[in-house]
Write a new protein. Sequence first.
Length: 144
Amino acid sequence: MQVQDTETRRFGIQNEREFDATWHFERDVDPAVAALAPLRHALRAWLESRDLSARSRDAVILATHEAVANAIQHSGTVSRIRVRANAEADGLTIEISDNGEWRTPDDPPSQERGRGIALIRSLVSNATINTDAGGTTVLLYQLA
């Protein structure tokens, strides 16, 4: 486990907590693209111990990745992005939060960009985005 902890910290994930009997996952992720792959791996490991289909698991990982990538690219935060997940009897709740500022794009997105929120919403059972002066929180819910 020591090698994984060292590698995970090297790539910008702090506040490591092993998944526990409460079925909780929590990571603080550096606002850097290099932190996305270690986050995906850690989330996959946690999800594999849950009673989810491979399809649902992959959807949750991709939706979470996209929400964190959006926070990295668009929030302007220099603080870590918090990712929390809770397994419940009927599904999963995932919360991605940052303390940046919601920035509306000046121009319409190019054909290659601007699909992140639609992608997130298509992948999970429910997705909401809440913004205020303290930052943005994306709440994802995936039925089991």
